[in-house]
Design a protein around this ligand. Structure first.
Ligand code: 13P
Length: 287
């Protein structure tokens, strides 16, 4: 059931668990995530980066596919279709395309411009029934060619953006997209605590969910994180399972080259990763 993400995240905040955002790249990703959320009776957020949107030939294609698949599979758990790290133009395009939620990432603008653009997009999103996430303090690592420095957000700036009527807030706390380097210092819980204290209990979003140890995930949830984004980990498990299939020569046996067979181990691997995350985040049976 396609919905915006506001209620599922308020419930998560009050119930002290987090809803997973899993990024999608194609039909297999979408199907694996939807089926796993349904099996586990968990709410779920499908994240679409601007790059993945382009890859799938545009946000309209994505919205049409997700809507139709949600209906065809008889999905009854709450599902939000969410733009991940949207530009100002991308956010507007997703509202028009039928997404149910957007993220406007104005973290690279100065705070006044971030405030101005976020304010305008809050009004647009809410007029159309969408939820909206905003960001303060860019997340480290690389995402779609954009490299952030692993900033820690300033609580005063977080308070300013949270007060604009956004539904959930992403704030950098030393988290990084992609794999964490061996010398990573871990999440900055002192910063998280201050941000939580300054933002009137707004649901907080933790980006860069891949590779964060389970105890840190649990602690982040206890300090107000209600949404956790995972992307790279599904890509790694898909690639690993696909490599094993090919290395075992299975594509050369019978009709093993049929894409429905070739992509099946990867799709199953995504399911296993999503299942593990839903268990860790505590959102099973919270639909
Ligand atoms: P990872 O790729 O590190 O899991 O991060 C995902 C993310 O934060 C998407 O916005």
């Amino acid at each position: 059931m396609l919905v915006n993400a506001t209620n599922m995240l308020l419930k998560a905040r009050d119930g002290h668990y987090a809803v997973g955002q899993f990024n999608i790249n194609n039909l297999e990703w979408t199907k694996s995530i939807l089926l796993t959320a349904q099996e586990m009776n968990s709410p779920v957020i499908l994240g679409v980066s601007e790059g993945a949107g382009k890859y799938m030939t545009g946000f309209k294609t994505v919205a049409a596919m997700v809507k139709a698949m949600d209906e065809s599979l008889g999905i009854t758990v709450p599902v939000a279709l969410h733009l991940d790290h949207g530009t100002y133009e991308g956010a507007k395009a997703c509202v028009a395309a039928g997404f149910t939620s957007i993220m406007f990432d104005g973290s690279h603008y100065d705070i006044d411009e971030n405030v101005a653009k976020t304010t305008e997009l809050v009004a647009l999103a809410h007029d159309h029934g969408l939820s909206i996430e905003a960001e303060v303090g860019s997340i480290g690592g690389e995402e779609d060619g954009v490299i952030g420095m692993g900033e820690v957000a300033d609580p005063a700036e977080c308070a300013k953006i949270a007060a604009l009527g956004i539904d959930f807030l992403a704030a950098g706390i030393g988290n990084i997209h992609g794999k964490y380097p061996a010398n990573w210092k871990g999440l900055n819980f002192e910063a998280l605590d201050k941000i939580h204290g300054a933002t009137d209990n707004i649901p907080l979003v933790l980006h860069g969910g891949t590779g964060i140890p389970a105890d840190m995930i649990k602690k982040a949830i206890s300090l107000g994180v209600s949404k956790i984004n995972v992307n790279t980990e599904c890509q790694l498990s898909f690639a690993d399972a696909t490599r094993k299939y090919i290395e075992a020569g299975k594509d050369l046996q019978g009709k093993g080259f049929d894409p429905r067979k070739l992509l099946a181990p990867g799709a199953d691997a995504i399911k296993a990763t999503v299942r593990e995350k839903i268990e860790l985040f505590g959102s099973a049976d919270k639909a």
